[in-house]
Ligand binder design. Structure first.
Ligand SMILES: Nc1ncnc2c1ncn2[C@@H]1O[C@H](COP(=O)(O)OP(=O)(O)OP(=O)(O)O)[C@@H](O)[C@H]1O
Ligand SMILES: [Mg+2]
Length: 669
């Protein structure tokens, strides 16, 4: 066993989170830790890493087990170091060794004594065995896989938004390769390509993984065991999420039957007690029945309905027909162009989902619309009577952690008095004293509920929501969908959750080639349309390469044929590990050309590597040559040369793998 809980009880004040819970994590297991918001999932992870101590029972962990822990709260770590440095800190031991080698090198140059020389060469050897020459490439590769551009790697961690910070921490943890990975809602801020990358990575992970998640698709693919926190107990299911759902229904039914039987039994006995108590001769019997009932271990009602949060967005005024207009707007961050000369409008009744990969500028566009982001060219026109409310990305981090829930609500400037606010909070399941809880102790989902309550208080007729489903459990997510469907105002939202988008949007926006493209229809229609377009494009290319050119008049054709393949290549370049062409490329001229190019590259790399390997062998041999070994200057020089060659080799090998992967991809088309 790697780690686990043995009869653990834990409570916050009077509130029990788990009672006598037992859970053993075995090597190689992939476990999904699930449960409604606020049931204690994050708390359990904190118990496992030793951040909290149980009030009874023991948390067990083998001394040799290394644990990596990804926090749900993104603000728990901050630094001025570059993201590369943060990720590199995964190799604490190697970095320390590098430092020692540097110091020894300086000393060696000064003194040149034999002992230092031995120590120096021992450490170099150790560095090599630990894979020390490869860590920079490895780190860069993982960061790129998670979507970072090379130019960003040296920017300070501080400058990045929450979602990107999380990726850095994720990269660090991945590089550490601990025996046990504990991840608290890792997909919250990730876009689809990054989630796919993470999935692929975790599926091949050698160690054990515990993932807290509310995403059933992700869980189904990732885990082979489910641990559910429910009614202060841990319930273990040996299967994926689908299995859990089926099995849970059976267990609930059984528990319910057992509960009802027990209730009948209790009622019968209680009636006996009532009858016997009055008669002196039977009083002792009544006593003994009562004792028996006291001792009875009570079965809980499985069907206790979980109280629903009641989200009901209200609208105060009706706005004009057009809510916002963007005219010829351009926006760039330095060289990074987000939109160029774009015009678009949002009309009354629109429910728009803005979709696409991270980094395309969805949040930026939302901020431009909200009027909180400046832009260089163009104009933004605000409609008549529009009252907006903006649920920004990382809204939870914008909550003041030292406020109580009630203070937080008071601060958002609504006309409601305290009593009304408490009533509203009740709809979000913060009853009675809960409203006086401080934000800092709330679970992720509870914070999300506070942030949503703030949106509701505004009675706005135009909602801008950036990733509103993050942290919400599936049940709350359904209730939000319900509320948004009934909402009479207009919405623009950003979400990576396909299910959520398909249930809420009547228009889809996408940023393509720095332009905002609007599709007038829901998500499913959009997907079908996309597929049709891709097919048409492929057919057109086929026809073109055969019987000359023939224009097809689709709206999307404007982007041009070369664009699609360049896009695929670009994507392969900027995110090699996630590399996946967006468009279905049939074997066409462009792909063939690329294949030839890649094959050539591959051959060249092979040759270069062979050459460098030969040099490396030579250098290694020279190090044990007494002529070199006894001459300090020569030895150091040879060592340096060897390090350089090893570094170069590591780089080439990484390229080699990438090119090979790409070649396979192209060949398999
Ligand atoms: N330090 C604390 N003091 C008092 N109560 C706390 C403290 N920390 C957490 N809680 C409460 O304990 C409960 C469990 O919190 P936890 O964060 O473990 O939930 P969770 O299952 O991770 O929920 P979510 O799905 O929303 O992330 C919550 O109701 C929370 O408000
Ligand atoms: Mg949590």
């Amino acid at each position: 066993m790697l780690a686990g809980l043995q009869n653990v009880t834990f409570e916050f004040g009077a509130r029990a989170i788990v009672e006598e819970a037992t859970w053993h994590i075995q090597p190689g297991e992939r476990i999904g830790l699930i449960g409604y918001n606020g049931t204690g999932k994050s708390t359990l992870l904190k118990l496992l890493v030793g951040e909290y101590q149980p009030s009874a029972g023991t948390v067990e962990r083998s001394r040799t087990t290394s644990v990596g822990y990804l926090h749900q709260d993104l603000l728990s770590f901050d630094t001025n170091d570059s993201i590369l440095q943060v990720a590199l800190s995964a190799f604490e031991k190697i970095l320390q060794l590098e430092k020692e080698i540097e110091i020894l090198g300086i000393e060696l140059e000064k003194t040149g004594d034999e002992k230092t020389l031995h120590e120096y060469s021992d450490k170099l050897h150790e560095l090599e065995t630990l894979g020390g020459y490869n860590i920079h490439h490895q780190t860069e590769e993982v960061l790129q896989g998670l979507g970072f551009a090379n130019a960003d790697l040296n920017r300070p961690y501080k400058e990045f938004s929450g979602g990107w910070r999380m990726r850095v921490l994720l990269a660090k943890m991945i590089l550490q390769q601990p025996d046990l990975l504990l991840m608290d809602e890792p997909t919250n801020h990730l876009d689809l390509p990054s989630i796919e990358w993470l999935e692929k990575y975790l599926l091949h992970y050698q160690g054990s993984v515990v993932i807290v998640s509310h995403d059933k698709y992700f869980l189904n693919r990732m885990v082979t065991k489910i641990v559910e926190v429910y009614q202060q107990q841990l319930h273990i299911y040996n299967g994926n999420y689908d299995y859990y759902e089926k099995e849970k229904a059976i267990r609930v039914e059984m528990q319910q039957k057992a509960y009802e039987n027990q209730q009948d039994y209790i009622r019968q006995n209680e009636r006996l007690v009532e009858r016997f108590r009055a008669k002196a001769s039977k009083a002792a019997m009544a006593q003994s029945i009562m004792k028996k009932l006291d001792k009875l271990e009570r079965i809980e009602d499985a069907e206790i309905e979980r109280p629903n949060i009641r989200i009901n967005f209200r609208v105060d005024k009706t706005p004009g027909k057009v809510l916002v207009e963007l005219n010829n707007v351009s926006k760039a961050f330095g060289d990074n162009v987000i939109i160029e000369n774009s015009s678009i409008e949002i009309d009354r009744g629109d429910k728009i989902a803005l979709i696409g990969a991270n980094g395309k500028g969805k949040s930026t566009l939302l901020r431009i619309i909200a009027g909180v982001e400046s832009f260089s060219v163009g104009e933004r026109k605000w409609g008549h009577n529009v009252e907006e409310s903006f649920y920004a990305q990382h809204q939870l981090e914008a909550l003041n952690v030292n406020n109580t829930i009630l203070d937080e609500m008071k601060e958002c400037g609504s006309q409601m008095n305290e009593l009304e606010l408490r009533g509203l909070l009740g709809c979000f399941l913060f009853s009675g004293d809960d409203s006086d809880k401080k934000i800092k102790i709330l679970s992720g989902g509870e914070k999300a509920r506070v942030a949503l309550a703030k949106v509701i208080v505004s009675k706005a007729n135009f909602l801008m929501l950036d990733e509103p489903t993050n942290h919400l459990d599936m049940h709350s997510c359904d209730l939000l969908i319900d509320a948004l469907t009934k909402y009479e105002g207009s919405i623009i939202l950003v979400s990576h959750d396909r299910y959520f988008v398909s249930k809420t949007a009547n228009k889809i926006w996408e940023i393509v080639d720095h332009e905002i493209k609007e599709f007038k229809g829901g998500y499913e229609e959009w997907v079908a349309w996309k597929e049709r377009m891709a097919k048409q494009e492929a057919d057109r290319k086929k026809a073109e390469s055969g019987a000359g050119s023939r224009e097809s008049g689709g709206k999307n054709q404007k982007s041009g044929k070369s664009n699609d393949s360049t896009k695929a290549v670009e994507q392969a370049k900027s995110a090699p590990v996630v590399a996946k062409p967006v468009v279905n490329m049939a074997i066409d001229k462009d792909a063939k050309k690329e294949l030839q190019k890649v094959q050539k590259q591959f051959q060249q790399l092979e040759e270069q590597i062979a050459k460098l390997n030969a040099t490396k062998t030579e250098l290694e041999a020279s190090l044990i040559d007494p002529g070199v070994y006894s001459d300090r200057a020569k030895f150091i020089e040879a060592e340096k040369a060897l390090k350089k060659v090893a570094d170069e080799l590591a780089g080439l090998n990484t390229d080699y793998e990438k090119v090979f992967e790409r070649m396979m991809e192209l060949e398999n088309k």
